[in-house]
Design a protein around this ligand. Structure first.
Ligand code: SAH
Length: 505
């Protein structure tokens, strides 16, 4: 018997965090995903890499013909025994043609399940600060298609009842037909002063809200060139937005920020900026790879008992060092006689993940901080192991040697740069729509210069605020001709995010 099944999954309105846990679970087990224009593509990251990804927008030409083809595709793929996720924007059963797809599956004897999603009206309501119902204002809401009756003379909507019977009316697919629909509500008795909001790309960083009244919203939309996709919320509740607006009040809202980082690390910092409302364009400028040879590091790991100190100055150094220990069949016990210094709280946290509590965490999170802490100790004849990146600065080995210590600094990983920028980042820089670029280490800026060429980099970053995590990175920026606009007091990602907030507020 075939195990084929189709899950109709609501992707939510746009923000990729608004999918349900059940939806993510289905994606994790998918063999095939058929997704729509309105389903955020970022959600595909939950699916196995091997899953086949089919963009439904490309299937078929005309609308209806496309739907038949989608139905046949779902039936065919599930018929092959595959787990198929049909990922649809918002909720599958709210103007999503999910019902038709289920009918086709039932007719073909294919099992299916439906996973609800946050529909656009609900997403827009929350993120625009417009409750769809409110105890003192209205107790009813209607979801209506803006396209009904477009190709027919007679509409199947009872406009009399809709205009006066429902407190709040939300139109889907109603931007191109806005004028006609507003007129209908007016003709059927709704007051011309009724507040109206258009919410475009709700819940995403591109969210746009246009507010007016039943009598003027169509003119306003036309004047501002307002485009779909958007929902139109009609009703007294729209006035609450003035007080309840929050999404577009966040400090970095509307700011486009390029984050240059190692691909593996970008997520954490980007999340801090996104939470403050920024649109983040990730731009990996570093790729971490293994050393050309493990020989020196392996030698040191085999001799761990002979060292007095292990000095780790980055999360990456910690990861590569412990992974190599693991590969050699050695675990944390080999560090029993060795003290551990971790530079900065992040590095210290990472060390703890491997079962080691650092003995020393300098308060100044850079090489000079390490040197200054060690200068208070007697380092004469101490043996120090300092696993590091290939292009690291020499401050620690040089200064510790001056104190009489023996320092071994084998390469634990290398920083190399990717050959090109991601197309959307390049596009935004070329269009001059970027507000700020962040550099979190010297190599991020040096590699960007290497990737673009110095001259082109300077030209592309004209008018873009430069944010650097600390003085060393700032110095590298200046050496390449960049002026640093933002630099936090302490060299952490949290502090950098706060400094950005202060700069743009
Ligand atoms: N099943 C979807 C609706 C699909 S119909 C749902 O439940 O949300 C397509 C219409 O949905 C668009 O024309 C627009 O009116 C609305 N829509 C979908 N996503 C939207 C978004 N992020 N912001 C505003 N409107 C959206």
């Amino acid at each position: 018997m075939s195990n084929g099944i189709v899950y109709l999954v609501g992707a939510g309105p746009g923000d990729p965090a608004l999918i349900t846990l059940r939806g993510v679970e289905c994606l994790k087990h998918a063999d095939v995903i058929v997704y729509d224009y309105l389903a955020n593509e970022l959600l595909l990251c939950h699916a196995p890499e091997t899953a086949e990804r089919i963009y439904a927008g490309k299937i078929g030409g005309r609308h209806n013909q496309g739907q038949d083809e989608i139905n046949s595709l779902l039936v065919a793929k599930a018929g092959e025994g595959k787990v198929v996720v049909r990922l649809k924007g918002g909720d599958p059963f709210v103007f999503g043609r999910g019902g038709e797809e289920c009918e086709a599956l039932r007719d073909a004897g294919i099992p299916f399940e439906v996973v609800p999603g946050v529909t656009a009206a609900v997403g827009a309501s929350a993120y625009a600060g417009i409750p769809l119902t409110h105890r003192e204002i209205t107790a009813s809401v209607a979801f209506v298609t803006g396209q009904e009756g477009k190709d027919k003379d007679e509409s199947s909507i009872d406009w009399d009842r809709l205009s006066l019977g429902s407190g709040t009316v939300v139109f889907y697919m109603g931007v191109t037909t806005l004028r006609r629909n507003m007129l209908r509500l007016l003709e059927h008795g709704r007051s011309p002063d009724t507040p109206v909001a258009l919410v475009r790309w709700a819940t995403t960083p591109c969210q746009q809200v246009l507010v007016g009244t039943l009598s003027n919203i169509a003119d306003r939309a036309e004047e501002s060139g307002f485009k779909p996709p958007a929902v139109t919320i009609v009703g007294e509740v729209v006035a609450l937005r003035e007080k309840l607006q929050w999404f577009d009040r966040r400090p970095l809202c509307g700011r486009k920020i390029v984050v240059t980082r190692a691909a593996e690390q970008a997520g954490e910092f980007s999340a801090k900026l996104t939470a403050r409302g920024a649109t983040v364009l990730e731009c990996p400028t570093i790729r971490l790879v293994e050393p050309e040879s493990w020989q020196l590091l392996d030698l040191a790991i085999r001799e761990l008992h002979s060292y007095d100190w292990l000095v780790l100055t980055s999360v990456n150094a910690v990861r590569y060092f412990f992974q190599r220990m693991h590969a050699l069949g050695v675990d944390a016990r080999a560090l029993a006689g060795c003290r551990v210094c971790a530079v900065g709280p992040k590095t210290a946290d990472e060390v703890q993940l491997f079962g080691i509590r650092p003995d020393l965490v300098p308060s100044d999170y850079k090489a000079e901080g390490v040197v200054s802490e060690f200068s208070r100790l007697d380092m004469l004849n101490n043996r120090i192991l300092f696993p590091r990146a290939d292009k690291a600065r020499d401050v620690i080995p040089r200064d510790l040697k001056k104190m009489g210590a023996h320092v071994d600094s084998p390469v634990a990983y290398r920083n190399i740069f990717p050959e090109r920028l991601p197309p959307e980042t390049l596009f935004a820089l070329e269009k001059r729509s970027v507000d700020c670029i962040t550099f979190t280490s010297s190599s991020t800026v040096q590699n960007l210069a290497a990737m673009l060429g110095e001259e082109l980099m300077l030209d592309m970053l004209k008018g873009v605020a430069v944010a650097s995590i600390g003085p060393i990175t700032s110095k590298s920026c200046r050496e390449l001709g960049l002026k640093v606009d933002i630099e936090p007091q302490s060299y952490t990602l949290d502090a950098l995010a706060e400094a950005l907030e202060a700069h743009f507020c």
